[in-house]
Design a protein. Structure first.
Length: 209
C-alpha cells in the first residue's frame, strides 16, 4: 500500500491536476451554451413557500421556480438581455455566444490533450513537436487569458460587476496556473540535468537567471 502511494505521488504532480481542472472548466463552460436549462415551478408539496387560506382551509399554495436541466441556466436569454441594454439585436448575442462556446470547448480539448500527454512516459514526450517544445502549452494559456479579457470587457460594457469580479478571479487563477506550470517544468529539467525544450523568450530569460 505504501509503495502504491509513493508511485501515485511520483507519477501525478500538481500540474497534471491543474491541466485537468482547466480542461473540465472550459469544456463544461462551453457546453452550457448548447445544453440550455429552463426555469420551471417546483410543484412538490414540501417546496411550497406559502399557502392560500379560505375559511381556515388551504385552497392553494405558491411554489417557487427552480432551474431544470444539465446547467440550469439559459445563456441565450441572459446574453440577449445584455445585448439589449446596448441596443444590439438578439441574433448578434446568439452568434457571439456560439463563437465563445466553440472557443471554450476548443480550449478544454487542448487542456485535455495536455493532461494526457503529461501522463506519457518521459521518453514518449519528445513528440509531437508542438507539445515537446511547449508551444501548445503556451497557446492554451494565452487563449484562456484572451477569453477572460473578452468576457471582462463585456462585463464592463454590460455593467455586470459581479460577473466582472468572477472573470477577474479566474483570470488571476489562470496566470497563477501558468506560473506554477512554467516553474515546475523548468525545475524538473534542471533536476534531470537536461536542457529545457521550451524555446519561448520567457524560457530564455529563465535560463539566464
Amino acid at each position: 500500500m505504501l509503495r502504491l502511494l509513493y508511485l501515485i505521488d511520483e507519477r501525478i504532480n500538481l500540474v497534471f491536476i491543474l491541466f485537468l481542472f482547466w480542461a473540465l472548466f472550459w469544456t463544461l463552460n462551453g457546453g452550457d451554451k448548447f445544453f440550455k436549462g429552463e426555469t420551471v415551478p417546483n410543484t412538490e408539496a414540501w417546496a411550497a413557500t406559502s399557502v392560500i387560506l379560505e375559511d381556515g382551509e388551504i385552497v392553494g399554495a405558491i411554489h417557487p421556480r427552480e432551474p431544470l436541466g444539465w446547467y440550469g441556466v439559459n445563456r441565450d436569454a441572459k446574453m440577449a438581455g445584455y445585448f439589449n441594454r446596448l441596443g444590439l439585436p438578439a441574433w448578434m448575442a446568439s452568434s457571439f455566444l456560439n463563437i465563445m462556446a466553440v472557443s471554450q470547448i476548443a480550449l478544454g480539448l487542448t487542456f485535455f490533450s495536455l493532461f494526457f500527454w503529461s501522463l506519457l512516459p518521459k521518453e514518449r514526450q519528445r513528440s509531437p513537436q508542438l507539445f515537446a517544445d511547449r508551444t501548445i502549452h503556451r497557446l492554451a494559456f494565452k487563449g484562456s487569458v484572451f477569453v477572460f479579457v473578452m468576457f471582462s470587457t463585456g462585463d464592463i460594457l454590460f455593467g455586470d460587476r459581479i460577473e466582472l469580479w468572477e472573470h477577474g478571479t479566474f483570470l488571476v487563477m489562470c496566470l497563477m496556473t501558468y506560473f506554477v506550470w512554467f516553474r515546475v517544468d523548468h525545475t524538473l529539467h534542471e533536476l534531470q540535468g537536461t536542457a529545457s525544450p521550451d524555446r519561448s523568450p520567457q524560457a530564455a530569460l529563465y535560463r539566464g537567471r
